[in-house]
Design a protein around this ligand. Structure first.
Ligand code: SF4
Length: 442
C-alpha cells in the first residue's frame, strides 16, 4: 500500500509522443495519479512531477523525447521526471545518463507509475533508476477519455510480426490481449461516464484473441451490443487481418463507423518482401476494393514508408503509381528511419535523406489530392458529427461517421453531442468542411 499523504499538494504534467495507444496509456496514468491526489498542473503552473510517455518508432521520435525531457527539466526545476514507453524500454541507460531523469520505467511498468513515484518521493535523493521490463508480458489495461471527446480503449498490446524495419516487438513484447468480457465492461463504464465514441487501440489489433482463444470479429460483435456507445473506430488493422467477414460486419453494424486505417507500408512487391510484410500489392488492392464495395463512402487511411533500404528510384515510381491507382482517402507518410537491432540494417541500398524527403513530399501531395477529392464528394450530403471541445482559440470541430473533419462556430451546447448536419463547402485551407445546415441534435 502506498502512503498517499506523500502526494498531497503535488502537481503533475504529462507529455506524450507517438501513437494513439500511448495517448490512451498516458490518460490512464493521469487518472491514477489524480485518484491518488496528484493534481494535473494548470497551464503556466510549475509541476512537482513530469511524466513523459516516449516513442521509439524513429530516430526523430527519440530525439523529440530527449528534447521534451530537457524542456520539462528547465521548465519545472526540481520536479521528479519519470519516463516510460517504448524508448524507455529500449534505451533506459541512454535516457537516464543523457537527460538526468529520475525514473525510467519499461513497458510493463507503466501501470505502476504511482508505486515508483511513491518510492521516489520517499527514498531517493536525486538518484535515477532505470527499470525496463525484463520480459514484457503483462497486459496493462487502459481506457481513457482523450484530452477531448473520444475514448481510447486498449484492446491489444505487442506484436509477433517482426517486420524488418520495426522495433515495436522488442519494445512492447509479444501479442497479448484481455478477455472480451473485460473490454465490454470498460466500454460500459465509458458509456456510463457519458462517452459516445470509442477508438479501439493496440499495436496489432487484428491479432486480438491470441492469448485468450477469442477473435477480433467476436470482440467487434460484442462491443457493437454495448448500449450508450454510438460509435467505434478501429485505429489501424493489418491488411492480412481485416477479413471480408469483418468488413461485411462493419457494413451492417449498429456502431462501427465506415472508417478504416490499413497500413500498406510499401507499394511494390519487392520492398514488401524486404520488409517481411505478409501480403503483396495485389492482395492489398483487392482488400481496398472490397472495403470500397461494401462500404462505398468509407474513409480509407493508408500508412506508407518511403526511403526504406532497397527502395530504388524505379521501385518508388512503381509504388507511386500503385498508390495513385487505389481508391483511398488519405495517406500517412513516414520516412524510413534506421533502428538499431533491426534486420533492415542488413539490406543494401540506403536512400539519402534528401531523396527520402523528395519521395515523402510527392506522396504527401498525392495524399492531399486524394483527401480533398474524398471530402469534395461529400459536400451537400447529410452526416452526423460528434463535436469535440475545441482547443483554446480554435473553431469547434468534429468528425462525420466517415471521418471527414467538420468545423463550425463554437457552441457549447453542441460539444459531445451527435448532430445531424448538411455538409457545406471547404474551409479556407481545405482541411475541413463547413456546416451548411444544422438538422437535428441527438
Ligand atoms: S506489424 Fe510490423 S510494423 Fe506493425 S508493430 Fe508489428 S512488426 Fe511493427
Amino acid at each position: 500500500m502506498i502512503d498517499k499523504s506523500i502526494f498531497i499538494d503535488k502537481k503533475a504534467v504529462y507529455y506524450t509522443l507517438g501513437c494513439k495507444l500511448n495517448f490512451s496509456e498516458t490518460a490512464t496514468i493521469e487518472r491514477k495519479l489524480q485518484e491518488a491526489g496528484i493534481r494535473t498542473a494548470r497551464r503556466g503552473e510549475s509541476a512537482d512531477i513530469c511524466i513523459i510517455n516516449s516513442c521509439a518508432v524513429t530516430q526523430e521520435a527519440e530525439k523529440k523525447c530527449r528534447q521534451a525531457i530537457h524542456k520539462l527539466v528547465r521548465k519545472h526545476p526540481g520536479a521528479y521526471i519519470v519516463v516510460t514507453g517504448c524508448y524507455a524500454q529500449l534505451s533506459p541507460q541512454k535516457i537516464a545518463q543523457e537527460t538526468g531523469v529520475d525514473v525510467v520505467l519499461g513497458i510493463d511498468r507503466k501501470g505502476d507509475v504511482l508505486e515508483h513515484l511513491g518510492n521516489l518521493c520517499k527514498n531517493t535523493e536525486g538518484e535515477w533508476y532505470a527499470m525496463p521490463s525484463k520480459d514484457v508480458r503483462n497486459f496493462v489495461p487502459s481506457c481513457s477519455r482523450g484530452d477531448r471527446t473520444r475514448y481510447f480503449l486498449k484492446v491489444q498490446d505487442g506484436c509477433d510480426y517482426f517486420c524488418t524495419y520495426c522495433t515495436i516487438p522488442f519494445a512492447r513484447g509479444r501479442s497479448r490481449n484481455p478477455y472480451i468480457s473485460d473490454l465490454v465492461q470498460q466500454a460500459r463504464d465509458a458509456a456510463a461516464e457519458g462517452g459516445k465514441e470509442i477508438v479501439l487501440t493496440g499495436v496489432n489489433i487484428g491479432d486480438f484473441g491470441k492469448s485468450t482463444g477469442e477473435s477480433f470479429i467476436s470482440l467487434v460483435k460484442a462491443l457493437d451490443g454495448v448500449e450508450g456507445i454510438s460509435r467505434y473506430r478501429i485505429s489501424s488493422i493489418e491488411p492480412n487481418l481485416i477479413t471480408d467477414e469483418i468488413i461485411e460486419y462493419i457494413a451492417r453494424s449498429r456502431s462501427f463507423m465506415p472508417h478504416l486505417h490499413i497500413p500498406l507500408q510499401a507499394g511494390s512487391d519487392e520492398v514488401l518482401r524486404l520488409m517481411h510484410r505478409r501480403y503483396d500489392t495485389a492482395f492489398f488492392a483487392q482488400k481496398a476494393a472490397t472495403v470500397r464495395r461494401l462500404l462505398p463512402n468509407a474513409f480509407i487511411g493508408v500508412d506508407v514508408i518511403v526511403g526504406t533500404r532497397g527502395e530504388t528510384e524505379e521501385l518508388f515510381q512503381k509504388a507511386y503509381e500503385f498508390i495513385r491507382s487505389l481508391d483511398i482517402s488519405q495517406l500517412h507518410v513516414f520516412s524510413y528511419s534506421e533502428r538499431p537491432g533491426t534486420q533492415a540494417l542488413k539490406i543494401d541500398g540506403a536512400v539519402s535523406p534528401a531523396e527520402k524527403h523528395r519521395r515523402s513530399k510527392l506522396l504527401i501531395e498525392l495524399s492531399e489530392e486524394k483527401r480533398i477529392a474524398f471530402y469534395g464528394r461529400n459536400r451537400g450530403s447529410e452526416a452526423v458529427v460528434l463535436f469535440e471541445k475545441p482547443r483554446p482559440g480554435m473553431p469547434m470541430g468534429g468528425f462525420t461517421e466517415n471521418y471527414i473533419r467538420v468545423e463550425a462556430p463554437y457552441d457549447k451546447e453542441l460539444v459531445n453531442r451527435l448532430v445531424r448536419v448538411r455538409l457545406g463547402d471547404f474551409n479556407s485551407d481545405k482541411s475541413a468542411l463547413s456546416v451548411d445546415e444544422f438538422l437535428e441534435i441527438r
